[in-house]
Design a protein around this ligand. Structure first.
Ligand code: UDP
Ligand code: GLC
Length: 404
């Protein structure tokens, strides 16, 4: 597994002000971007926090590896099964489970100063917990709250609960913050704190490791694109596949799995590759834990989300790996990439423009390198792990200070 060590150590308490005791809540046992981000945050607060998960899995193992105290409180099926586009009936069936879960969480909350909900499902449960245990609640908002993703009922529910019970909403991009306000969330409650990525694990990759990775993937000297991200229809891997016949000789690594149950889409992608006659060049690697190495081994990182990507950690990671990044414009991506300067942005679901952007970069390595270097500088400067931790700490301190 690639090094994924933090360079940031847990700060000692300043003077005799103790570190705030934070109870983090997450619904997932798997590792998506929100969980990776919480992993970094919880490590920073390891001496004074606990993480409660509503499902078991590799996320729990990673937290424990890093010395973070973690407990799993499995959510009743009627709660864990609620999708973002659930019907009113499905939502109603989940109510009793949500309250039951909130009661269990509230017992843990008594020992903490603050509850920190990492995502929307945990926020819904935590809203009741905050009330029951009389603790302030922060919601780290990592989703785009629009009808493209959520039922209208969920948009209403999320913003209403937030307006009533959440002391501070931390949005992972300005776009996410704006969507929250557009859906009825209170503008004075929301602050943007960008994701930050640990640059050390990218710096640690050696040219020898890269050469052997390319060899073991059987890539030789062919141009290679890396598409990093879980397989899900809105992540748009099908658009990149569709572009492949127009990019002869180019290999694509699809790195990621259908971790949130989108297995039918994963199957469809493989069928699509076969129908397009590109199976020898489309490599589905599944979920990998050696992202810094794989990103360093490709020539370009391409992200073809077809809906507004709330932030998109993979863009910053591609920049840290010193690769030119091509991404679709939407959500947080224009806040990360200035097109033509630190990467390229193309319209979503536009195969022709995508092919031209990728082809242009492959044909002009000098320009591609320039974009990559500019992107690298931006990633270090604006999306550092230190900045994320400072931003989150500031919000926690501010919420607690207002409470006193
Ligand atoms: N990732 C990973 N292994 C994979 C695919 C993705 O570790 O096989 C990581 C990736 O490096 C990134 C995160 O998962 O840190 C995905 O975050 P992003 O914000 O791009 O998307 P999300 O899944 O949160 O929507
Ligand atoms: C979510 C979003 C992604 C974001 C991540 C971390 O999973 O889909 O865009 O980067 O959270 O905040």
């Amino acid at each position: 597994m690639a090094a994924n060590r933090n360079t940031v150590s847990t700060q000692p308490p300043i003077g005799n002000i103790p570190r705030p005791r934070v109870l983090f809540i997450d619904h997932a046992g798997v590792l998506g971007g929100g969980q990776y981000s919480l992993l970094d945050i919880a490590r920073h607060f390891a001496s004074s926090c606990k993480v409660l998960l509503f499902a078991d899995g590799p996320f729990r193992e990673r937290l424990q590896q890093y010395g973070v105290s973690v407990e799993v409180l499995p959510a009743p099926r009627k709660v864990s099964g609620v999708s973002r586009q659930a019907t009113l009936l499905q939502d109603l069936r989940a109510v009793a489970g949500v309250i039951h879960l909130a009661r269990s969480v509230a017992k843990h909350a008594r020992d903490y100063d603050l509850i920190y909900a990492n995502g929307q499902k945990p926020m819904v449960v935590s809203a009741f917990v905050a009330r029951l245990a009389n603790k302030p609640l922060i919601w780290h908002l990592r989703d785009t709250l629009t009808v493209q993703f959520e039922s209208r009922l969920h948009l209403w529910l999320a913003t209403t609960l937030a307006n009533l019970f959440v002391a501070r909403v931390i949005a992972n991009s300005k776009a996410t913050a704006e969507a929250f306000v557009q859906s009825g969330g209170r503008a004075d409650r929301v602050q943007t704190v960008y994701n930050g990525i640990d640059a050390a694990s990218f710096r640690a990759v050696t040219p020898e490791q890269v050469a052997s990775a390319r060899l073991s993937l059987g890539l030789g000297s062919a141009p290679v694109i890396g598409a990093f991200g879980r397989l899900a229809p809105w992540k748009g891997q099908h658009v990149l596949l569709e572009a492949m016949p127009q990019l002869p000789g180019v290999h694509v690594l699809f790195v990621g799995d259908a971790i949130f149950g989108e297995d039918a889409y994963a199957r469809k992608l493989r069928e699509q590759a076969a129908a397009l006659g590109v199976t020898d060049r489309a490599h589905f690697l599944g979920f990998r834990q050696d992202i810094p190495l794989l990103m360093s081994a490709v020539d370009m990182v391409v992200h073809t989300a077809v809906e507004a990507e709330p932030f998109g950690r993979v863009l910053v990671e591609g920049m840290l790996a010193r690769k030119p990044v091509v991404a679709t414009r939407g959500g947080g991506t224009p806040e990360i990439i200035e097109t033509g300067v630190s990467g390229l942005l193309v319209p979503p679901s536009d195969v022709k423009t995508l092919v031209a952007a990728i082809g242009g970069l492959l044909a002009d390595p000098a320009s591609a390198q320039k974009l990559a270097e500019a992107g690298h500088a931006v990633a270090l400067q604006r999306f550092s792990l230190e900045a994320l931790l400072a931003g989150v700490t500031r919000q926690i301190d501010d919420v607690l200070a207002r409470r006193r």
